[in-house]
Design a protein around this ligand. Sequence first.
Ligand code: TSJ
Length: 695
Amino acid sequence: MSEEKIFDISAPDKNVSYDSSDIEVLEGLEAVRKRPGMYIGSTGPRGLHHLVYEIVDNSIDEALAGFCDKIVCTIEDGDIIRVTDNGRGIPVGIQQKTGLPAVEVVFTILHAGGKFNNGVYKVSSGLHGVGASVVNALSEWLEVRIFDGKHEHYMRFERGAKVAELEIVGETERTGTEVLFKADSEIFTETTVYEYDILETRLREQAFLNAGVRIELTDLRVPDGRSETFHYEGGIRSFVEYLHKKKGAEVLHDDIMYFEMESADKHSQAEIAMQYNTDYNEVLISFANNVRTVDGGTHEEGFKRALTRVMNDYARRFGILKESDKNLSGDDVREGLTVIISAKVMEAQFEGQTKAKLGNTEIRTLCDNCIQDRLMTYLEENPAVAKAIFNKALEASRAREAARRAREQARRKSAFDNASLPGKLADCTDKNPENTEIYIVEGDSAGGSAKGGRDRKTQAILPLWGKMLNVEKSRIDKVFGNEKLLPVVTALGCGIGEEDFNLDKLRYHKVIIMADADVDGSHIRTLLLTFFFRFMRPLVENGNIYIAQPPLYRVTGKKVEFEAFSEEEKDKILSELGENAVVKKVKDPLDPEVITYKISKKDMHYYAYSDEERDAILSRIGGSDDVQRYKGLGEMDSAQLWDTTMNPETRIILRVTLDDAQSASDTFSILMGDKVEPRRQFIEQNAKYVKNLDI
Ligand code: TSJ
């Protein structure tokens, strides 16, 4: 969930003296330490992992230049990262402009990476393309070793500052670069611990995007070590194949389509790999200059537009659609499609709040032309594949038509009996969506507590019941027949799918999923997130979906005591303690004017939302042994639920990002798919999380 904070960094050290040639250098890196978020996005886990990508990207550049074919990334004890390649080695000669060794410039001057613009698109680039100096600035220490076939050169920095001049430390026959660094815990205050899975996903992705490059990832923090090598000659074709294998999908045609096009001026390039499977959901993953664009953008727009057009043109031309038939919709032609788009542009413009949306307009046309030309030809040359794809798209179209009729019927009916909202919905009185929120709650007992505890003006409660729909195996029309999901659709009011969705009609601006912190709760969360991701994606993109955080523990303090030295102080403490507090007035025997209030309360409740918080409370109030772990929301009464989970003044809710919803959807595919093997593997690999969820 997106809960990363940006921390302020302490003022620069005033005791350091430097001469004029150093000033630019120091100022540059101080800026990075002052506002790390500007350079790496955040100082949370995301920013931490970003450090690794920034370094690895440099080796990938070297590989793309044709001078390196192996990159090794190791997580060592103490969360030290080592990245090694077998390239030419960062140049160590003196740079004329600065009078410093080139390698020193790379690590100490902002924006001075190896990413020189030679009039062609910069291929590799991190989120912000700022490189090694940023990593250096944000590392407690960093060491670089350069092997030039004769000598091993060595240099070390601490918090961005050089602590030793570049020197030769040995002889060698190999060539390449090795960087070793430790993220600075003064900057990454939340955590400096890397997650193997996060690095794995990103490095594997880079191996897909850069066909032929071999990337090895090793984790030395675990007893026997863990290691994988990513190497795909098929590039993004292998990516599609991997995704289908991972979720055990049954493909509709064997061949993975692959189309490529370069602009006339050679300033941009589009690469697209795609394959249909028998499922109903669409998986579209796009990149710009090897950076994931979760929020899409011009490359996705060009692709989608052209795909819909080509499919309809072809269908008309070959009589698959009759004159009286309606056109196939975008949703129809993308049903069951897995597609990877990799765009390369001269200067990528990343837009939107999270800078994950591509803005370059030239690439829209290029992706459009690429599909228009190449896909049309492909379909003409592969009639059997075309037949399979059109059968599926036509079925999708019919299902959507059936859904539309069902919806209209429902609408017509509701116009007469005025029962358009679900029966179990406890609506709020304020009708302005900007002010209101809806809690989606699993089960009647939790629903009951929530109804009793809510603020009736702004909070609506929708309890869910009934059998859950396997959205993996269901088209949009099934949603209308499902007793669990239909009430969600009706209550939200904004419609589903591509054609019928209207964000302006959303009846509550906050949609909050409230589920237990156990396996069942996690299932309902995954189901709802998958549902929103697939059928109401703009809600996720717009940031309307939230997850409530009910407490995990209640700690009861046997007796707590406070002292107050004024009436105001006493009242303040009493209002914080709530009911059942006892006040004793004590007069000072020497000075009866002085009054002290002794306030005590038995069975005082504290709520903890994590194990750490529970421990902190326990150590604060002296060791109470009355710790209750909440198994479910149903164990709380209305007042408790309001205090701990629903009161907007004090509650914690997590806003769901597109990334979160995407991974829920991926998980869902694996868990609900037909194939046993991917499911077994998933459960095995995630056993530790599953265990954590259900204590
Ligand atoms: F950026 C970095 F310093 F962090 C880093 C750079 C980290 C790692 C692990 C590798 C590298 C890196 C840089 N690998 N290979 C290179 N290559 C160059 O810097 C290089 C070498 C030769 C020439 C040349 O024109 O002769 C040019 C470049 C950019």
